[in-house]
Write a protein that binds this ligand. Structure first.
Ligand code: FAD
Ligand code: S2G
Ligand code: ZN
Length: 462
């Protein structure tokens, strides 16, 4: 049964209140285009529920009207999953979680906290910090990325080597299924083997199985001392060797980020700042260690012992110095985006294949898209490389196909942390195989039988 558009809007207004139903094109605009500017679509409405019950009411209204739902948090996702599709035969309702911002008291005994899905990562870090705790996931989009979006994409970020991804921080969840059913398992029992772990299943589901409304998260000790080192290195095979040494020898290690000189120069051009070294190095590792006691000497000792693997090093333990070094890595995304709409790849490779991949992928890109600019950077200890390729027009996916097929050939994954979205659906089966995709589709049709949740994400629309 499908309601007239006007009836859908009336039903949405009675679900969340008229003020929380945006239909004016100007008011909808920021919700309809993604962060990379590569994907946009038109919403029949943007709705902003203020409670779990209102989310359920929105679903009931959409099912009655034959509309589809696009869940949205901070809209910092990079694979086109958080904005309306460019083409849709059904009215698309963007369901923004930004009003689900409860921050419950931190539970000091358990070292856990329950928060609303619309809470930003920065607000979560501040809330946990005020209670003397840290949170295991951090990423450069912290001011906008939300807890719900980070669960839905199983976000990784810069501390995965120490704390794991978003799924590893989850000890409970509340979510609303497409028929308005509310799933709630929030008590936060770390050991809870009572059947399928629905929180784990929803982590990485990209808004295709349910809308996460609250989450119970494990917190980490707030460590007082941090030091950051920027290491000038010769190439990516030295980077892999050094990353392994750091992991083996430095228990306080919390981040190892790889980037190359072309990216460094681009960031300096884009954001200003002094070059970190007098001479240019082909590649760089940004290394962070954090501990209760100052880890500077321990880090310096590992760097010293690395001998020729390290061509030059600069360390900073003061906040300003650390931020100055981090900026060289964290500003990559924005500096590349300032050059134009980039082809963004987010691949994961086995450690043994990483260096070979870096060489091979540059050749492959040059072959299929001569003259493009390829910036490579990422999380070295997880083999997670990000490629920002400027050159081919946004809708020419020749270069994406070349990179992703090389990744699969080398035993890697076509999406290490950003998800599939609509950007990578064409390569899902080549990566996961028909059996896995069939099992995922079976789960999808069980939980969202009418296919109203984020159609086109994960599975291409047939
Ligand atoms: P959105 O972009 O709003 O949505 C992302 C996906 O989740 C969509 O499919 C959406 O439908 C779904 N969704 C959103 N909220 C919910 C909900 N409550 N319930 C169900 N589904 C939902 N990602 C990393 O993993 N590591 C990084 O280091 C990293 N760095 C970044 C740096 C920059 C500068 C930028 C712009 C992005 C970066 N990202 C990174 C990507 C992005 O921040 C993450 O994917 C983040 O998890 C998205 O959160 P969000 O709230 O913005 O979600
Ligand atoms: C990172 C962010 C987005 C990108 O910087 O670690 O996950 O691909 C990425 O530029
Ligand atoms: Zn990343």
């Amino acid at each position: 049964m499908s309601l007239e558009p006007a009836a859908l809007l009336d039903a949405l207004r009675s679900a969340v209140g008229p003020a929380q139903v945006l239909t004016d094109p100007d008011l909808r605009a920021s919700y309809e285009s993604d962060w990379t500017r590569r994907w946009q679509g038109e919403a029949a409405a943007v709705v902003r529920p203020g409670s779990t019950e209102e989310v359920a009411a929105v679903f009931r209204a959409c099912v009655a009207a034959g509309a589809v739902v696009v869940p949205q948090g901070g809209n910092t996702g990079l694979v086109g999953g958080s904005v309306p599709r460019a083409v849709s035969w059904k009215p698309q309702v963007v369901l923004s979680t930004l009003r689900l911002r409860d921050l419950e008291e931190v539970d000091p005994l358990a070292g856990e906290v329950t928060v609303g899905a619309g809470v930003t990562l920065a607000a979560l870090h501040a809330h946990a910090g005020a209670a003397g705790y840290g949170f295991g996931v951090d990423l450069a989009a912290r001011d906008s990325a939300t807890v719900g979006g980070m669960i839905a994409t199983n976000a990784g970020g810069i501390h995965v080597l120490r704390h794991g991804m978003m799924r590893a921080q989850l000890v409970g969840i509340e979510a609303v299924l497409a028929d308005g059913t509310v799933l709630r398992r929030l008590p936060g029992l770390v050991k809870d083997n009572t059947g399928y772990n629905l929180a784990s299943l929803l982590a990485g589901s990209e808004g295709t199985l349910a809308v996460v409304t609250r989450a119970r998260l494990r917190l980490t000790p707030l460590l007082a001392r941090r030091v950051v080192a920027l290491l000038g290195i010769a190439n990516s095979s030295d980077a892999v060797e050094l990353a392994g040494e750091l992991q083996r020898k430095l228990p306080s290690l919390s981040a190892v980020e790889l980037f190359f000189d072309d990216g460094l120069q681009l960031v300096l051009e884009h954001a200003g700042g002094e070059p970190p070294f007098r001479e240019v190095h082909p590649a760089y590792l940004l290394v962070e260690a954090e501990a209760a006691e100052d880890p500077t000497h321990a880090l310096a000792a590992v760097v010293q012992a690395a001998g020729d693997l390290v061509r030059d090093a600069v360390l900073a333990s003061d906040q300003a110095g650390r931020e100055r070094l981090w900026r060289l890595r964290e500003r990559h995304t924005e500096a590349i985006s300032a050059l134009g709409v980039a082809h963004k790849l987010d691949v994961g490779l086995p450690a043994a294949a990483l260096a070979a991949f870096v060489g091979a992928v540059r050749q492959r890109v040059e072959r299929v898209a001569p003259g493009s600019r390829t910036f490579i950077y990422g999380h070295a200890c997880e083999g997670n490389l990000h490629l920002g390729i400027i050159g081919p027009p946004p809708d020419d996916e020749t270069v994406d196909d070349a990179v992703l097929r090389l990744t699969i050939e080398m035993g890697g994954t076509v999406s290490a942390e950003h998800g599939i979205g609509i950007a990578k659906t064409a390569w899902l089966e080549a990566d996961r195989g028909a059996a896995d995709v069939a099992a995922m589709r079976a789960i999808k049709s069980a939980l969202d039988p009418h296919g109203i949740l984020n159609p086109g994400v994960l599975f291409a629309l047939s």
